[in-house]
Design a protein. Structure first.
Length: 273
């Protein structure tokens, strides 16, 4: 198995600004069928609305809490949690195209006062206040967890909560599988739960909760491939044949290793000591 690579946010931005630029249109078509009624709120992560609520409940933060969404994309999760919980959320992303759509979403829902947006690198961006909570939904795979968790600890007040839902390595990957899950997704590595625990402890966090979401993740992955093929004509009409092939290829990679028992998904929460 290949060793972890450095973070490369230029590649991450390219992935979402160019290769996956039509993902919001396609997700609006595909994922209501994948998740089922009431469970799709515009999210790009592999999480239903019920799982997003579980993440928020585990953070256990009161209304008006200052919360950072790392890798917010088009900000569906930020809009959802700000509306349901009354949090004041800042979303940051390295890709410009999703943030333009995020601004439109927030204006449409009257949330521009409650959800702010920042374009850039979370390591370099100067935030104007400490946060009560930080979360990520499928975006932490693009980061080196040791470096990311150290930065999160800097940004949180003492006792602040960190929560994320992310894919986790549960078996030995071949070199080809490793490349498919890292290089082709602009991710430096694929971590195990134990590696995430170690990185959190090293950054000054106490792990509160680890919940295995692999069963539903497996269902979402399988359904997303099936539904994409069912809606091939509609997806190509919305985007392009090249986009369709790219999206199916990436979904197929994850689906195959998940079915082989090598990839899972977990909700992890921790408190800054």
């Amino acid at each position: 198995m290949t060793r972890a690579a450095p973070e490369d946010f230029a590649l991450v931005a390219e992935l979402y600004d160019q290769d996956m630029a039509g993902n919001n249109l396609v997700h609006d078509l595909v994922y209501p069928r994948v998740y089922g009624p009431g469970e799709y709120i515009g999210q790009f992560s592999d999480n239903s609305a019920a799982e997003l609520r579980a993440l928020a409940a585990a953070m256990d933060l009161p209304p008006e809490s200052a919360v950072l969404d790392i890798g917010c994309g088009t900000a569906p999760v930020a809009a959802f949690l700000a509306t349901e919980l009354g949090w004041r959320i800042t979303g940051i992303d390295v890709a410009a195209s999703p943030l333009r759509k995020a601004a439109e979403r927030l204006a449409e829902h009257g949330l521009t006062e409650r959800v702010g947006l920042a374009h850039g690198d979370v390591y370099r961006h100067a935030f104007d206040r400490p946060f009560d909570g930080i979360y990520g939904t499928g975006a932490f795979c693009h980061f080196d967890p040791v470096r990311l968790f150290a930065r999160c600890h800097e940004l949180l007040r003492p006792g602040g909560r960190l929560a994320f839902m992310e894919r986790v390595r549960t078996g030995e990957l071949t070199e080809r599988e490793w490349r498919q899950l890292t290089v082709e997704w602009a991710c430096p590595t694929v971590n195990t739960v134990a590696e995430y625990r170690s990185a959190l402890a090293g950054a000054g966090f106490e792990v509160d909760l680890v919940r295995d979401l692999t069963p539903t993740f497996r269902d979402w992955q399988d359904r997303s491939v099936v539904v994409r093929h069912e809606l091939k004509a509609e997806i190509i009409a919305l985007t392009s044949a090249e986009y369709f092939e790219t999206s199916v290829r990436l979904a197929d990679y994850e689906n195959a290793v998940t079915k082989a028992g090598k990839l899972g998904y977990a909700l992890i929460t921790a408190t800054a000591r």
